[in-house]
Ligand binder design. Structure first.
Ligand SMILES: *[C@@H]1O[C@H](CO)[C@@H](O)[C@H](O)[C@H]1NC(C)=O
Ligand SMILES: *[C@@H]1O[C@H](CO)[C@@H](O)[C@H](O)[C@H]1NC(C)=O
Ligand SMILES: *[C@@H]1O[C@H](CO)[C@@H](O)[C@H](O)[C@H]1NC(C)=O
Ligand SMILES: *[C@@H]1O[C@H](CO)[C@@H](O)[C@H](O)[C@H]1NC(C)=O
Length: 321
């Protein structure tokens, strides 16, 4: 009884090893095949809207200028698209942006359609388009000069906040500037569920701002020039975004204002109401300087902003040429 035992054990072991190897091979072939097919399908067909699970839709929105992608912007956008294969993406153009706004808001918000289609200044349209897309469709807005730093988008919103986060913004200037700064959220990367009341506030404020300026200068929307609207950062850009979001959030929370002490000098994400505010290092690492002592405790940089486009660029929209 003792002698045959090692033999049969070794037979069983050999069989098990061979079977395991076969199964592993089949699995690998299967997985590679699927991945490759999935990848090609994603690229080839028009992208479907993400599943409506009530969370932030897995779709990245971009807006091309008239000349399309450069080598740089192709590489930067690819780093996010290829690094997040479960995410759809769409490059809006001037034409598809106009068509989408006209079709989407024609019935419900003719004031938005008139403002958007009337505007002739590309950067103002590019700003407004991102808020409209995210407010109506949700997803992830990214400027073309943003690259991903290798952290999967699925993990950008920490698990404990995923069920609540309706809008995700990141500080541009938070730490390292002293206190005499006007803090702003980056407008190059914003994530939202469709219908965020805070983004609708930003949209409404911009539309009202356009109406005020046309009245003030006795021009049509098409007659608005950059010198009439003041600073772009304030009129449609990151300061407008930041003011609108914080005002709306205070309204939702029934407080007169969001206490800045609660949301600044962040070293970890902070949920206030349904707005998740990410620390400066997440979307704007190069614009924030942290104390050496804090460095080890900080989370990862999620994107890099290459400052290739500038809001000062009057002609080309968001990408300098
Ligand atoms: C863009 O990349 C292509 C292929 O690598 C190269 O031939 C071309 O010269 C590049 N264009 C510019 C403007 O750098
Ligand atoms: C918008 O609605 C008006 C009136 O209902 C209609 O005449 C027009 O063709 C519509 N335009 C678009 C772009 O859908
Ligand atoms: C909001 O706050 C005010 C005053 O603090 C209070 O009277 C009011 O009932 C509150 N409203 C809600 C909806 O909580
Ligand atoms: C801000 O912080 C104060 C004090 O810690 C707290 O009472 C208040 O509820 C906070 N407000 C918000 C909007 O987080």
């Amino acid at each position: 009884m003792l002698l045959p035992r090692p033999r049969s054990v070794s037979k069983i072991a050999t069989f098990t090893v061979i079977a395991a190897l076969c199964v592993t091979c089949l699995l690998l072939i299967h997985v590679w095949g699927l991945d490759d097919a999935g990848f090609r399908t994603l690229r080839a067909r028009p992208l479907q809207p993400a599943a409506d699970d009530g969370l932030i839709p897995k779709k990245i929105w971009y807006k091309l200028g008239p000349k399309g992608l450069t080598n740089d912007t192709r590489a930067w956008t690819s780093s996010c698209i290829d690094g997040n294969s479960g995410y759809a993406h769409e490059f809006m153009t001037d034409e598809s942006g106009d068509a989408w706004v006209a079709a989407r808001f024609n019935a419900s918000r003719p004031d938005i359609v008139a403002s958007y289609l009337g505007l002739t200044i590309p950067i103002l349209k590019a700003d407004l388009l991102r808020y409209l897309l995210l407010a109506a469709e949700g997803g992830i807005w990214s400027d073309l000069d943003v690259s991903c730093a290798g952290v999967p988008m699925d993990s950008w919103v920490p698990e404990e906040y995923r069920a609540q986060a309706g809008l995700v913004v990141g500080w541009e200037f938070d730490v390292g500037w002293g206190e005499n700064i006007i803090r702003q959220f980056t407008s190059w990367l914003i994530m939202a569920r469709p219908g965020s009341p805070h983004l609708w506030t930003v949209v409404d404020d911009i539309v009202r701002g356009i109406q005020d300026k046309t009245a003030e200068h006795s021009v049509t929307v098409a007659g608005l020039r950059l010198d009439m609207v003041g600073e772009v950062v304030d009129f449609t850009g990151p300061r407008r975004l930041t003011r609108g979001v914080l005002k709306s959030l205070a309204h939702t929370l029934n407080v007169t204002a969001i206490d800045h002490a609660n949301i600044t000098h962040l070293v970890e994400p902070k949920l206030v109401g349904d707005v998740l505010i990410l620390p400066g290092y997440a979307f704007a690492a190069s614009a924030n300087t942290y104390d050496e002592k804090l460095r080890d405790g900080l989370g990862p940089e999620l994107v890099k902003h290459h400052y290739a486009g500038t809001w000062k660029n009057k002609n080309g929209g968001e990408v300098a040429r």
